[in-house]
Design a protein around this ligand. Structure first.
Ligand code: GDP
Ligand code: MG
Ligand code: ZN
Length: 291
């Protein structure tokens, strides 16, 4: 007699899926019909599976996904830890892109300001730019307690990291997962081991939720957003824009623009608005070159 269970795929290697259900790991296989239907099973998928015996199972259903990241391939990401630091200096253009993508993918962004042991001025700069858009949490990878306080965002969720190289993503992950050995400083500790350099991303059970061990590269690039839609993905702009004279105001050349007014009144970060203008112009330019 078999029964069906529901679990989360935490690892996928060559058609073998590790599925966690009630804290227990099952080794599951994809049924043949999935292959014919070209149905993928991804890390992060919530699946129904038939519990066979001795911890083995066969997946019967992939529950509809909330979202799907491409690099790494992970489904159902709830939260993105966008890591910024004093060194390297924050790339706010990149941070804007991550925030826009999070908004589009229905992922809650949490901004982590790392390396607080080195500098505190970055924190105020980040607050100026983003305090109305996301929670901002100061941490240091050298201070375990500060990192473990991120647990409130992890509990019951699937989390991935994003951010520039060398801000400390791997270091923070290593504090969360003392058992895994990542690649601190960008130097692969696995390098020189041969051909199999492809990294399969996995989810790790941490503080009552799951954390991906590969950062969300695809969140760092804007894809398929038109210049005149960009304004719709900036949460703080959207609220203010209700007072613009034109409902489709792009906050560039239109008269009676509430967003421009908010910048003048010091209610919206000027730097953020200037970056918006640049990003808008960049998308516009790219659209011109398409035709
Ligand atoms: N002082 C200090 N150094 C840090 C901190 N977090 C990371 N680092 C250092 O910053 C460098 C890059 O860290 P890494 O985790 O590889 O960054 P990643 O590229 O974002 O994964 C390494 O030399 C780390 O030791 C921190 O909180 N404080
Ligand atoms: Mg790293
Ligand atoms: Zn406007």
């Amino acid at each position: 007699m078999t029964r069906n269970l529901v679990g989360t795929v935490v690892k996928a290697v060559g058609g073998v899926f590790t599925v966690v259900c009630n804290g227990k790991k099952y080794t599951c296989f994809s049924p043949k019909k999935f292959r014919y239907q070209q149905l993928d099973i991804l890390v992060g998928d919530h699946v129904e599976f038939e519990d066979l015996h001795r911890g083995k199972g066969v997946v019967t259903t992939v529950i509809p996904r909330k979202n799907r990241l491409v690099r790494p391939e992970i489904a159902n990401v709830d939260v993105c830890f966008l890591v910024l630091a004093s060194v390297p200096e924050p790339d706010f253009y990149l941070a804007d892109k991550v925030l826009i993508n999070c908004f589009q993918e229905n992922i809650e962004p949490v901004i982590i300001v790392n390396k607080m042991d080195l500098d505190t001025s970055t924190m105020s700069k980040v607050m100026e730019n983003y305090s109305t858009i996301a929670d901002i949490v100061p941490v240091s990878a050298l201070d375990q307690a500060s990192v473990l306080a991120l647990g409130k965002y992890i509990q019951g969720k699937t989390v991935c990291f994003a951010g520039q190289s060398a801000v400390g993503k791997t270091s923070l992950l290593n504090v969360l997962l003392p058992s895994t050995n990542g690649e601190v400083g960008g130097i692969s500790q696995k390098s020189g081991r041969g051909m199999h350099t492809t990294r399969h991303s996995s989810l790790h059970a941490v503080l009552g939720g799951y954390v991906a061990d590969t950062c969300g590269f695809s969140l760092c690039e804007l894809q398929g957003i038109r210049s005149d839609e960009l304004r719709l993905y900036l949460d703080d702009f959207v609220t203010i824009a209700r007072q613009c004279k034109y409902t489709s105001c792009t906050h560039t050349a239109e008269p009676d623009c509430a967003v421009k007014q908010a910048v003048e009144d010091g209610k919206l970060c000027k730097d953020r608005y200037m970056r918006y203008l640049e990003e808008f112009a960049e998308l516009k330019e790219a659209e011109k070159n398409q035709y």
